[in-house]
Design a protein around this ligand. Structure first.
Ligand code: 5AD
Ligand code: SF4
Length: 447
């Protein structure tokens, strides 16, 4: 191992799972920076290794255990190395993790990130192995506010936890009860990020449409307006919306607030009313479809994406077909699809009629095959259109300088250009559609 510079220590951080975890990892790095840690991409150089984990599906959880196994040897070679597990597996398993991995020093849940400097201090003083998984009913602002402006885009948590308890989902257990941050604190954080060069901000919550439920001073659409008004912010995104809570006010806002990105992620989970009821989602397939139609009628350029679970307990072939029919009917721009995975503590884990793994896997395949064509068709509809791209990067392959960025509807676009671009947002014309990206022309020629 190379010697660290005087007083500076190195952390290797690996993140699993969703954007909420990416955001938590940023906060972990922020707190560690305050106690002189810099990030390293090599575990062999690290004084501290943290795995920020996900437990939403069993596969994600198993990845963590195999990653832990990889670091066991390193820890044996260098007993001074501190090894920690953060995130949802940490919250779910708590001190059981210490038993399972006797070489582990620290287990801390998503609500204990701000305690990290103290926890590391304790461990360095050889005060033993620690578990910090307490959950509280309120938000302590010290937990936030340490994000840095990495590449012009930032994710900001506006709330934490979830009260929905969908029958399959472990999130309400790992992330606790739903609590919203104060709007003034959110505005303060986004303003600081904008001063640091952030142009696009994504507001994060498990169910953003219920932001402020239980007494915040502004509604979610009002919060979006306030964030969009901040100097320097050019685009505002948000995830995730819950179909039962999305309001007409929010849908209208797309017509009033030009900085609001033209994309909405609205997880449907299933096209069968019986399955939706068993999942405890609080809407029917036709209720969901009518919301999507309203969005598309009012704003035809908005892209709608969704999440789907196949093989929920008791799902019949006909019920699965209803999900495929819903896809074909609503023609989502993209979907994120998963095989149902039983999770500890959840209601569905105790349901009867578990669908065999091979059936789940075949259904997933069929669903993804059906969607692949729809995604490509939706992309092809963009060919010839003028779209705004917020730049993310440039690559210099021999003989061709290529820029890349995202459209407002969240598609990746690449276009060649040799000159200096006039702004970080440019208009291009889409020339070709591929399954996962678009090719475009800049400057747009006569279209
Ligand atoms: N099994 C499979 N998929 C799940 N999701 C959440 N819990 C489970 C589970 N137990 C999916 C849902 C959710 C997305 C983030 O993960 O589709 O919207
Ligand atoms: Fe999980 Fe349902 Fe909450 Fe989403 S709304 S985090 S699926 S419990």
């Amino acid at each position: 191992m190379e010697q660290s510079a005087e007083g500076v220590k190195r952390v290797f951080l690996e993140t699993f799972g969703c954007q909420m975890n990416d955001n938590d990892s940023e906060r972990i790095l922020g707190f560690l920076k305050n106690i002189n840690y810099t990030r390293t991409s090599k575990p062999t150089d690290a004084d501290l290794i943290i795995l920020n984990t996900c437990s939403v599906r069993d596969k994600a959880e198993q990845k963590v255990y195999s990653a832990l196994g990889r670091f066991k040897e390193l820890k044996e070679e260098r007993p001074g190395l501190i090894l920690g597990v953060a995130g949802c597996v940490a919250q779910q398993e708590g001190k059981k993790l210490l038993k399972r991995a006797p070489y582990l020093d620290l287990v801390f849940g998503p609500q204990n990130i701000h305690r990290l400097p103290d926890l590391i201090g304790e461990i360095s003083k050889k005060r033993g192995r620690l578990v910090a998984v307490e959950q509280s009913e309120s938000i302590d602002e010290n937990e936030y506010g340490l994000l840095s402006a990495a590449d012009g885009r930032a994710f900001v948590s506006i709330m934490r936890g979830c009260d929905n308890f969908c029958a399959y989902c472990i999130v309400p257990y790992t992330r606790g009860r739903e609590v919203s941050r104060r709007s003034a604190d959110i505005i303060g954080e986004v303003s600081r990020l904008a001063e640091g060069g952030v142009k696009e901000v994504t507001l994060l919550g498990q169910n953003v449409n219920s932001y402020g439920a239980g007494g915040a001073e502004v509604s979610f659409p009002e919060l979006l307006r306030l964030v969009a008004r901040i100097d320097g912010i050019r685009r505002v995104r948000f995830i995730t919306s819950h179909p039962k809570d999305i309001s007409v006010g929010l849908i209208r806002l797309f017509g009033e607030e030009p900085k609001l990105a033209r994309h909405i992620h609205l997880p449907v989970q299933s096209g069968s009313d019986r399955v939706l009821k068993a999942m405890g989602r609080g809407y029917t397939a036709s209720h969901y479809s009518s919301k999507v139609r309203l969005i598309k009628n009012l704003h035809p350029d908005i892209s709608v994406t969704t999440d789907i679970i196949v093989g929920f307990p008791g799902e019949t072939e006909d019920e699965f077909e209803e999900t495929i029919a819903l896809l074909r009917d609503l023609r989502f721009d993209n979907i994120f699809s998963f095989m149902y995975s039983p999770r500890p503590l959840t209601k569905a884990a105790a349901f009867t009629g578990h669908v065999p793994a091979d059936v789940r896997s075949k259904r997933l395949q069929r669903l993804q095959d059906a969607q692949r064509c729809i995604t490509l068709e939706r992309s092809r509809e963009l060919v010839g259109r003028r779209v705004e791209v917020l730049l993310e990067g440039a690559s210099t392959a021999p003989g061709e300088r290529e820029f890349s960025g995202r459209t407002s509807c969240n598609r990746i676009v690449r276009f060649p250009y040799e000159g200096v671009l006039p702004d970080s947002i440019v208009e291009v014309v889409v020339t070709e559609a591929y399954p996962n990206s678009l090719r475009a022309e800049f400057p747009p020629q006569g279209k």
